[in-house]
Each structure stands twice: as structure tokens, then as C-alpha cells.
Design a protein around this ligand. Structure first.
Ligand code: IMP
Length: 181
């Protein structure tokens, strides 16, 4: 793979650090659910690896659903607009819902998703975000479970992309603005 520039990228969190933190969050979620069932709603595509790992770290009776929203387009800049491209498959009315997201950045995506999922009247609604960039927030929203709080960096790997690439990197890496791609 001649174009794979992984060697030039700076690792922010290793796969071991991610796994350890995901295990901790899974234990917290298990405790908070107190034996009740859970619907894990992954936000495509970035949250897929986090959801897969988190699902195996919770000891609860869980099902999966997925939503997709329009997001960053091809570059590092947000368009600001959020719209649902793929809605929930099943009704979440009366259920415990956990939205699973890769990054809580401006908060536009999760504020919007929270609003539309709440319209379905779930029993409870919580948010798990692997990464949080509090300094970037536009909408007032916090996740119930946060993997790592980070400064204003653009990151890739473990599901997160730059123009759809790098999602399969096992570690979370920093993409500098002058990276050759
Ligand atoms: P928000 O609506 O601004 O909170 O953006 C959330 C979405 O933006 C995330 O789910 C990611 O898809 C994307 N995003 C935000 N920051 C980054 C980043 O550093 N790397 C890759 N994607 C990002």
C-alpha cells in the first residue's frame, strides 16, 4: 500500500489505551443500566468500531440500530448542516437508548439526533462519545460517557476519517493541517 502514510502520523491514543478506556465505559454503562435492556444506536460510519468494541464491553441484553447523518463532507471543515440520511430501523419507544458516536465536536450532530430520538419517547436516552472536543462546542450538549477529552485537533483512525480514508487505522492519530494526505 504505497499511499498508506500511517508511519508519518502521530499517535494520540494507542489501541491498548482505547481498549482499556472502552472497557471502563462498558462497565459504567452496565452498572447504570441495572439489568435493563439497551438499544445501542451507532452513528454511521465513524462510530462503527467504537460500537463494536463497546457492545462487547457491556454486560447487558443489547440490540443495535444505526443512523446516518450528513456531516463533514470531504475535508476537515464542517458544513454546519445536519440531516438524517438513514433513520432508525426499529421504534425505540419505551426503550433505553444509547447513542454511540465517535466524536462530540460542535455538538450539532448529537443535538439534532437527541432531539429526533426523544420524539420517539424512549425510556431513557444517553450518549457515549469516544472523543470530546469541548472547546469546539456550538450547541450546549454533553455526553454521559466520554472516552477521552481532547483539544482542538483533527484526528483520524478507529473509525474516524479524513475524506473517507484512515477509518481502519487501529490507533487514533493526529492529522496535521499540512499533512500530504
Ligand atoms: P459535530 O456535529 O460538530 O459535533 O460533529 C460530529 C462529527 O464530525 C463526528 O461524528 C465526526 O464525523 C466529525 N468530526 C469532528 N471532528 C473530527 C475529527 O477530528 N476527525 C474526524 N471527524 C471529525
Amino acid at each position: 500500500m504505497a499511499s498508506m502514510t500511517y508511519k508519518d502520523l502521530q499517535v494520540l491514543y494507542t489501541r491498548e489505551q482505547i481498549a482499556a478506556r472502552v472497557a471502563e465505559i462498558g462497565a459504567e454503562i452496565t452498572r447504570d443500566l441495572n439489568g435493563e435492556k439497551l438499544v445501542m444506536v451507532g452513528v454511521l460510519k465513524g462510530a462503527a468500531p467504537f460500537l463494536a468494541d463497546l457492545a462487547r464491553a457491556v454486560q447487558v441484553d443489547a440490540t443495535f440500530d444505526f443512523v446516518a447523518v450528513s456531516s463533514y463532507g470531504k475535508g476537515q471543515r464542517s458544513s454546519g448542516a445536519v440531516k438524517v440520511i438513514k433513520d432508525l430501523d426499529e421504534s425505540v419507544e419505551g426503550k433505553n437508548v444509547l447513542i454511540v458516536e465517535d466524536i462530540l465536536d460542535t455538538g450539532l450532530t448529537l443535538s439534532y439526533l437527541r432531539k429526533i430520538i426523544l420524539q420517539h419517547r424512549p425510556r431513557s436516552l444517553r450518549i457515549a462519545a469516544l472523543l470530546d472536543k469541548p472547546s469546539r462546542r456550538i450547541e450546549k450538549i454533553e455526553a454521559d460517557y466520554v472516552g477521552f477529552s481532547i483539544p482542538n485537533l483533527f484526528v483520524i483512525g478507529y473509525g474516524m476519517d479524513y475524506a473517507e480514508r484512515y477509518r481502519n487505522l487501529p490507533d487514533i492519530c493526529i492529522m496535521s493541517p499540512d499533512h500530504p494526505e
